[in-house]
Write a protein that binds this ligand. Structure first.
Ligand SMILES: Cc1cc2nc3c(=O)[nH]c(=O)nc-3n(C[C@H](O)[C@H](O)[C@H](O)COP(=O)(O)OP(=O)(O)OC[C@H]3O[C@@H](n4cnc5c(N)ncnc54)[C@H](O)[C@@H]3O)c2cc1C
Length: 480
């Protein structure tokens, strides 16, 4: 923000809230506006314009970094616009307000035999937030990012105009706003296709691997046949077993394979267990806290790898959609194990690297993390493909999502390591995903996205938002 604007910025008052990214490592105090309809959004724009304050859109705040945080601005929380406007059980097409969560959508769709085509590893993001980040699932290499299953969206522009955008109408806005991290307008309505399923279960096959190359080879060999592929990597393992892991491949069941689809399609069949190892799941994060240090997480990762070999011996097995897709939701608030005071927590660094370079870059990142003593506690490998959205993270390659613990004493070292990861990734022709990022800068963004697409995006931003009313800490960091 320019200094003159900063001077005018109203000072924090009663009723202001601390708004933080999901990873808790970044946050700011803000006045939070919670519109319930398009008129409320227009009123928020008018208020912001009148007071000379920028507005930062926010869904349910599941982006790890600073994507839905705004320092010296008002936060526009859209999670109250949460009505499913229509669900057509014959075509599987849903019409949603921007604040409808993935959880609400699958719970509406599944009993009728439909499942969202793309879901993230958690069910709590909103449709608007998911589209603004153009999220991907464990099936991105097959079905692309979520934007590819969207028919049309309504956006409220900072001018107050309500525009419908699709592939045929306002196509530029459609391809720029999906993945445009909320910088072009507020997504208030989404028309989205879901996928027909014949069962509430999937067939899952596990494979325990001893090296990163073996992990990638096993996944690559199943790319044409598996509906979903994801690998957990033991980031502590080094030397000859660097990158060892446990891969899960899943496929949808064909008609007739499930003896009782009426049962498995029920919500009750999908519910995640209430207790884990006898501990009520709401309390499990406290137990995890006992292991939230290097020796503890080394043990947890090694144990998981060993148990993976037993799981492989039971191949294949059946698992509900929710259990397979939302594994991370099994333990509510697991992130609290990283510490609950402000600016502690975790960052996720998720490099996306073209297929030909991915193995070497990821091996270098894992080895470098070990060498500097900052090992990710969780590492997840996925396969991807390109998509037509302007600021996409999708490419023909792989991503390795790395969760690093943030503590005041190691923060500077961690940011230095992240800068090295950024350099390695971008030099290999790779990209980062704004939903998971807290570290890259404007120059990195300029190098990772095609110049014509980024310039066209910035030109569109100037056209629809000439006074730069929509901002977040992310947009300031990577767009300037
Ligand atoms: C445990 C966990 C697992 C995850 N797994 C995955 C995964 O597998 N794949 C993946 O792709 N992502 C994953 N994510 C990231 C998550 O899906 C995205 O960050 C998603 O954008 C969060 O949606 P949200 O509603 O919480 O939006 P927020 O995080 O609140 O906001 C995200 C962005 O959208 C903008 N925004 C929000 N609502 C609107 C709106 N209505 N109109 C316009 N702009 C808006 C915000 O300004 C911000 O830039 C995961 C996150 C967590 C916490």
């Amino acid at each position: 923000m320019k200094p003159r604007e900063a001077l005018r910025f109203p000072q924090p008052a009663r009723g202001w809230e601390y708004v933080e990214g999901w990873g808790m490592a970044h946050g700011a105090h803000a006045r939070v506006l919670r519109p319930q309809d398009v008129a409320g959004i227009r009123a928020a724009f008018s208020l912001a314009r009148r007071e000379g304050v920028p507005l930062g859109p926010r869904g349910t705040g599941n982006s790890y970094g600073d994507a839905s945080v705004l320092t010296n601005g008002y936060v526009l929380d859209l999670s109250r616009m949460d009505r499913i406007l229509d669900f057509d059980a014959t075509s599987g097409v849903a019409t949603l307000e921007g604040g409808v969560t993935i959880e609400s959508l699958w719970k509406r769709a599944l009993p009728a035999g439909w499942w969202p085509t793309v879901v993230s590893g958690t069910m709590y993001p909103t449709a608007g937030g998911a589209l603004a980040m153009n999220i991907h699932g464990k099936n991105q290499y097959r079905v692309g990012t979520i934007g590819e299953s969207v028919r049309e969206i309504d956006l409220v522009l900072p001018t107050g105009d309500l525009v419908t955008a699709s592939r045929e109408h306002e196509s530029d806005l459609f391809h720029a706003a999906i993945g445009g991290f909320g910088m072009l307008g507020i997504i208030t309505r989404v028309v989205i296709a879901t996928k027909h399923v014949h069962s509430g279960d999937m067939e899952v096959t596990a494979k325990s691997t001893r090296t990163l190359q073996a992990t990638m080879d096993w996944m690559e060999a199943r790319r044409a046949s598996a509906d979903y592929l994801v690998a957990w990597i033991d980031a502590f393992s080094r030397g000859e077993t660097l990158g060892r892991g446990l891969v899960h491949a899943a496929r949808h069941l064909k008609p007739g394979e499930d003896p009782d689809p009426a049962l498995t399609l029920r919500i009750a069949h999908q519910e995640l267990p209430r207790a884990i190892l006898g501990i009520s799941k709401g309390e499990v994060w406290r137990a995890l806290r006992l292991f939230n240090h290097d020796p503890g997480m080394r043990l947890v990762n090694a144990t998981k790898w060993t148990l993976g070999q037993h799981e492989e011996a039971q191949n294949p097995h059946r698992q509900s959609h929710a259990a397979f897709a939302f594994l991370l939701d099994f333990v509510p608030n697991w992130k609290w194990a990283y510490g609950r005071t402000q600016k502690r927590g975790l960052i996720q660094v998720q490099p996306f690297v073209p297929a030909a370079r991915a193995h070497d870059v990821f091996a270098a990142i894992l080895a470098r993390s070990q060498a500097v003593g900052l090992v990710p506690y969780l590492a997840v490998l996925k396969r991807h493909r390109p998509d037509p959205f302007w600021l996409t993270h999708g490419l023909d390659g792989w991503s390795l999502a790395l969760d690093y613990k943030v503590a005041p004493e190691s923060r500077a070292d961690l940011w230095r390591l992240a800068a090295e990861i950024t350099r390695l990734t971008i030099e290999a022709g790779g990209r980062f995903y704004p939903a998971k990022d807290l570290v890259i800068g404007r120059e990195d963004a300029r190098r990772m996205w095609p110049a014509d697409k980024l310039d066209a995006f910035l030109a569109l931003k100037r056209r629809v938002d000439p006074t730069n009313l929509l901002q977040t800490d992310l947009s300031r960091r990577i767009l300037g």
